[in-house]
Design a protein around this ligand. Structure first.
Ligand SMILES: Cc1cc2nc3c(=O)[nH]c(=O)nc-3n(C[C@H](O)[C@H](O)[C@H](O)COP(=O)(O)O)c2cc1C
Length: 175
């Protein structure tokens, strides 16, 4: 099973990338590839630029990676209750090439933030919005208060209850 994992963030220190990396590592016998949206930074979407350049090469490359996956592990950064600009931008470019951006891949959808809501607002939006673009959401996980609940030195969830919750989700997703 091939897992493509990424954070909806272009931060070099993305906490969502840390969570996506940890969650992916819990799948046994999976080949995992972690993407970084900094490698898929197309110009800020505009219909004018689209007219000029056509399909953004970063979006074509991103779609190819998604196509190669048997499962997606996505952890969304929450910016002002919504997707980060980095995620929305590559999503927009991809959607102009292929409406079924996420190609009906089974997906573990997650979010984390330093705050107590753990990205719940962006998860609510994603839950309604992403299935229209081919995300087949199999499970949702939110990690609140990242700095209290994640051990960055050992790259693991330090809160035992939350760790158990995620491990149970992963065990149910394995095929
Ligand atoms: C412009 C901006 C808006 C933000 N808005 C929210 C928010 O609405 N809710 C939240 O929980 N955190 C918010 N944050 C804090 C992010 O959750 C925090 O920066 C987190 O590290 C982002 O995830 P990342 O590290 O994966 O990029 C915001 C941060 C920025 C820079």
């Amino acid at each position: 099973m091939k897992i493509i994992a990424f954070a909806g963030s272009n931060s070099s220190k993305s906490i969502n990338k840390k969570l996506a990396t940890y969650a992916s590592s819990l799948f046994k016998n999976a080949e995992v590839e972690i993407l970084d949206l900094r490698d898929y930074q197309a110009p800020l979407f505009s219909v004018d630029i689209e007219k000029e350049i056509g399909q953004a090469k970063e979006a074509l490359a991103f779609l190819e990676k998604l196509k190669s996956a048997d499962m997606l592990v996505i952890s969304l950064a929450e910016n002002n209750g919504n997707y980060s600009t980095a995620f929305k931008n590559i999503f927009d470019w991809c959607s102009r090439i292929e409406k079924d951006v996420f190609q009906k891949k089974p997906t573990l959808l997650m979010a984390t933030s330093p705050g107590g809501r753990g990205g719940k607002s962006v998860l609510e939006i994603a839950q309604t919005n992403l299935p229209r673009f081919g995300v087949d959401i199999k499970a949702i996980f939110s990690l609140p208060s990242f700095n209290d609940n994640f051990d960055v030195e050992n790259n693991t969830i330090s809160n035992q209850e939350l760790d158990k919750e995620l491990k149970e989700i992963v065990a149910n997703l394995e095929f």
